[in-house]
Design a protein around this ligand. Structure first.
Ligand code: NZQ
Ligand code: ZN
Length: 385
């Protein structure tokens, strides 16, 4: 295991009625931007709860943050924060609203062109306004990490940045706020969290027993609770387990000191930018093919995954590996998430285009060993046709 420093500064308030914690967390005279999406929080009463908790504080609202939050929409929020001298950014919604808040928080004090924050992966960020989040969709882990992914439709781009100043100061996770989610978004959340674990686990063994066992536990919980919370969407405990699992899938704990892959995400982001496919669905297209193409490099971990996550013990090693990859694909399909490009009306020609785009970004050595070249990306996507 590599040396590491693990520091996650986000305070989490979990459970029913926890939106009231906004009042305890924020200074009485805090001037706030409430950032929201397209209206789900109005329909499910979460907006009312948040406004009640915020009481008499100055709150300016900015609505309309898209799924895959758009740079132009967020820049309008940046102008409002600067003009109104707001001090706190309060996203209330899914991962897109949270990611959007991180961008706004970093862009407000940024001296250059804020688009640079994305093109340089956050390299020149020095500070950010404090963020306090109310999460309504378990999926991204954005509530307890320092990453954000922002789209710019005008340029057909989707880029990420990471910076420790955008860790939320606190996040509120009330599983009941997720009861209003359509099945498609619940499935997306399960599929996204599953892939987050895989990106940090499915590499090569480094003897990190805690991280490995913890990753395997999260995967097994997603496999067990995922279908249950889809069919029984109002079962509190089942949904609470999904919410907590999604947070731990990407809050840094299982990734500390271990090699990480993230090629599935990088390829997936291009598919969203080009074809507007939901984030989790792009991962379902890429992951099984990537595991197949990389099965020799990932052999040790694939065998461990087969045994500990899918209980595959008999037969040849190759058969167990194939079985584990097949079960991974079947798991996504069982959630109602299709796993082929053709399922989304996308032709195989996109393989070369995605490879070309990653090359243009200098992303020519993806994966835990830098072995996923543009040629390999093309091979992976051809296999996913
Ligand atoms: O816009 P509203 O009306 O709020 O509706 C949203 C949106 O249409 C709706 N929704 C959210 N909570 C709801 C609800 N509908 C009913 N009831 C609720 N309680 O769900 C739709 C999708 O929301 P979105 O926030 O886009 O989904 P998600 O949380 O999956 O976020 C996806 C974004 O996160 C990025 C993705 O790339 C994508 O842009 N990611 C961020 C990461 C991070 N920050 O660490 C990591 C991930 O890998 C991912 O890349
Ligand atoms: Zn993801």
């Amino acid at each position: 295991m590599e040396n590491f420093t693990f520091h996650n500064p986000t305070r989490l308030h979990f459970g029913r009625g926890q939106i009231a914690a906004l009042d305890r967390e924020l200074p009485a005279d805090a001037r706030c931007l409430l950032l929201a999406g397209g209206g789900s929080i109005r329909a499910n009463g979460v907006h009312d709860q948040a406004r009640r908790a915020l009481g008499q504080r100055v709150v300016v609202e900015h609505w309309g943050v898209e799924a895959n939050p758009d740079f132009d929409t967020l820049m309008k929020a940046v102008e409002i924060v600067r003009r109104e001298k707001l001090e706190w950014i309060l996203p209330v919604g899914g991962g897109s609203v949270l990611d959007g808040a991180k961008f706004v928080a970093a862009a407000v004090p940024y001296s250059g062109d804020p688009w640079e924050i994305l093109t340089t992966f956050g390299a020149h960020v020095k500070s950010a306004l404090p963020i306090g989040a109310v999460l309504t969709l378990p999926a991204t882990g954005s509530e307890a990490n320092a990453a954000a992914v922002i789209s710019r439709r005008g340029l057909r781009e989707k880029l990420a940045f990471i910076h420790p100043t955008v860790f939320p100061r606190f996040s509120i996770l009330d599983p009941e706020t997720t009861f209003s989610l359509p099945a498609r978004q619940v499935a997306n959340g399960i599929g996204d969290a599953f892939c987050h674990v895989m990106e940090q686990y499915m590499t090569y063994p480094v003897g990190a027993a805690v991280q490995d066992r913890f990753a395997e536990a999260i995967l097994r919980i997603l496999i067990e609770e995922g279908p249950r919370t889809l069919t029984q969407p109002k079962d509190y405990d089942s949904r609470a387990n999904l919410v907590w699992a999604a947070t731990w899938a990407l809050n840094g704990a299982i990734g500390a000191g271990v090699p990480q892959d993230w090629a599935t995400h990088m390829i997936g982001h291009e598919l969203t930018a080009l074809h507007d496919i939901d984030h989790a669905r792009t991962l379902a297209i890429v992951l099984p093919s990537l595991l197949t193409v990389e099965r020799d490099a990932k052999r040790g971990k694939l065998l461990q995954y087969a045994a500990r996550v899918w209980d595959l013990h008999g037969g040849s090693e190759d058969a167990r590996i194939e079985g584990a990859i097949a079960r991974t694909r079947a798991f996504y399909e069982s959630l109602g998430i299709r796993t082929r490009l053709s399922d989304y009306g996308v032709s195989v020609e996109t393989a070369a285009e995605v490879a070309r785009r990653l090359k243009a970004r200098g992303m020519v050595q993806l994966g835990e060993r830098g072995a996923i070249t543009p040629a390999k990306v093309e091979e992976i996507l051809r296999l996913a046709a």
